[in-house]
Design a binder for this molecule. Structure first.
Ligand code: HEC
Ligand code: HEC
Ligand code: HEC
Length: 448
């Protein structure tokens, strides 16, 4: 009996320690509100660099919704846990970041905490932005603070309990957020290091191209092994890549800069937005990204040059799926075997990663939705077949393409993938933003 007060005291002590630790993990102070700085107070050269950095970071892809104003937020970003709406990052004092100091902005980029001290969901890819230098954060801040302010209140997220509680995010950060700043590798070139800094940081390539674990964090041990975005597969880019012709620095540069390469075809879906942003940044940045990614993808594989890949295509008559063969001959071959150069002609499908990929999602998306024209530009166009083909017909076609144009095993579950693709493409057409297609000639694209 005499010991129970001591036991109670120690329980209280433990509870206090646990409570204090939890408080330390969760609690972040507010940073004082400021008057919106005058746009004239920012150096135009810094603003200009900020515009490029914002393009490298795809800030517009997530912070601008279809028909909405630039950076005013409200885009629904689907996650496996529910829908998160992006914030208004225009300098509107009431509904945007107009009252944020540069310190508040840099803290959000580096630790995912808003000005008032609330934890932000990692859908905002700050797990990559942690490595952004102070100088680059300053330029991004200058760019955003000089945009026209837009009054656009936040939309409430649609998340399941307990994930709708922001303190939970602190636990996620404790497990997965590495606040590492970028450390250059002295053994590599300056260009390689600049590429590594951009790819792992602002450009957050791994946020789509690296697989995630059950808690939605990127798997560090499987960097660039292939991930997903908006029901598109973001192909593997490491030495396990499925691209029929191996990527190299030159082809990566051309694809990232222009949106297509004759040995690989065009960027579609979420990658088209990435490329359309990259078409507006400095050549030096894109070249550095290409050099770093070429190193990630490793040495070219034997049998992976264009000639060898095209030589292995089976003759049409050798194929079993007669229904698929007939659809291909009637609806696809005229463009894809025309010999018209890219990007206006279709690539020989033996060169397409959509056909060699471990799942047929991107191929189904492309057949159903086609390749849309970019408004006001000469760009590749392919009709969508959603209205003219049934799921069973698309399934036959996909099975045929896999057998005829690749040496891989047949896909399983194709019919379900096609049905899912039809649903998600319809939903995306209603909610998404911007061109789903890259410009054929980036010089035609307006500079903001
Ligand atoms: C993949 C989508 C995505 C990209 C890319 C993205 N963001 Fe966001 N961002 C979001 C979402 C979603 C939120 C809201 C998170 C929340 O409510 O917890 C957000 C929140 C923010 C916030 C906090 C605003 C506030 O009022 O709390 C800032 C600042 C921000 N983003 C800046 C940027 C910048 C700068 C870039 C480009 C360098 C960028 N974001 C790129 C999705 C994105
Ligand atoms: C928002 C998600 C997203 C981001 C961010 C992203 N990608 Fe992609 N990427 C994709 C998707 C999806 C595809 C497949 C596109 C297709 O089917 O045409 C793709 C395709 C590619 C391909 C073509 C691979 C092949 O074999 O055809 C390359 C190369 C590539 N991405 C490089 C990059 C690099 C480098 C970055 C960063 C600068 C990046 N991606 C950022 C989603 C993304
Ligand atoms: C009017 C011409 C046209 C028709 C018809 C057409 N395509 Fe395309 N397709 C294109 C163009 C142009 C592109 C963009 C260049 C490229 O990537 O091949 C494209 C892109 C593609 C791609 C992406 C290749 C890559 O990885 O970049 C696939 C896959 C594809 N088409 C499959 C098909 C299939 C299957 C059919 C028949 C159901 C079809 N296309 C019918 C013109 C056409």
């Amino acid at each position: 009996m005499a010991r129970s007060p001591r036991i109670i005291a120690s329980i209280v002590a433990v509870a206090l320690i646990v409570g204090a630790a939890a408080f330390a993990v969760v609690w972040r102070p507010a940073i004082a509100a400021i008057e919106r700085p005058s746009p004239a107070s920012f150096d135009p050269a810094v603003i200009k660099r900020g515009r490029e950095l914002a393009a490298l970071g795809n800030c517009n892809s997530c912070h601008t919704r279809q028909g909405g104003q630039d950076f005013a937020g409200g885009l629904p970003v689907p996650t496996p846990f529910g829908v998160i709406y992006s914030s208004n990052i225009t300098p509107d004092p009431e509904t945007g970041i107009g009252q944020w100091s540069e310190a508040a902005f840099a803290r959000a980029m580096m630790t995912g905490v808003d000005r008032e001290g609330r934890h932000l969901y990692p859908t905002f890819p700050y797990d990559h932005f942690t490595n952004v230098t102070d100088e680059d954060d300053r330029a991004l801040y200058a760019f955003l603070m000089t945009r026209p302010p837009v009054h656009a209140p936040a939309r409430p997220n649609e998340l399941m309990f307990p994930l709708d509680q922001r303190p939970v995010i602190a636990g996620w950060k404790l497990l997965f957020l590495r606040g590492e700043t970028f450390r250059p590798d002295p053994a590599k070139s300056a260009e390689w290091n600049h590429g590594a800094y951009l790819v792992d940081g602002l450009a957050h390539c791994g946020s789509c191209h690296t697989p995630r674990n059950a808690l939605g964090a990127e798997r560090a041990s499987a960097q660039f092994a292939g991930g997903e975005a908006d029901n598109w597969r973001a192909y593997a880019l490491n030495d396990r890549a499925h691209a029929p012709v191996s990527w190299n620095a030159e082809s990566l540069y051309a694809y990232l800069r222009n949106g297509w390469h004759p040995d690989h075809g065009t960027a579609r879906g979420p990658m088209a937005e990435v490329v359309s942003n990259l078409s507006t940044v400095s050549d030096r940045d894109v070249r550095a990204i290409a050099i770093y990614m070429a190193d990630i993808s490793g040495a070219p594989k034997p049998e992976s040059d264009r000639g060898a890949v095209l030589a292995q295509v089976e003759p049409a008559s050798a194929q079993a799926d007669a229904a698929g063969a007939a659809i291909y001959a009637a609806a696809c071959a005229s463009c894809h075997e025309s010999g018209r150069p890219l990007p206006y002609g279709g690539v020989n499908l033996a060169l397409s990663t959509a056909v060699t990929s471990p799942d047929p999602r991107n191929l189904a998306n492309t057949v159903l939705s086609g390749v849309a024209a970019v408004a006001g530009e000469r760009s590749p166009i392919m009709p969508g077949f959603a209205d003219s083909m049934t799921d069973a017909q698309v399934t036959s076609l996909l099975n045929y393409l896999r057998a005829r144009f690749s040496k891989e095993q047949p896909w399983t579950g194709v019919e379900k993938t096609v049905a899912d693709a039809r649903r998600s493409q319809t939903a995306l057409l209603q909610s998404s933003v911007g061109p789903r297609n890259a410009p054929a000639d980036p010089s035609q694209r307006d500079q903001p």
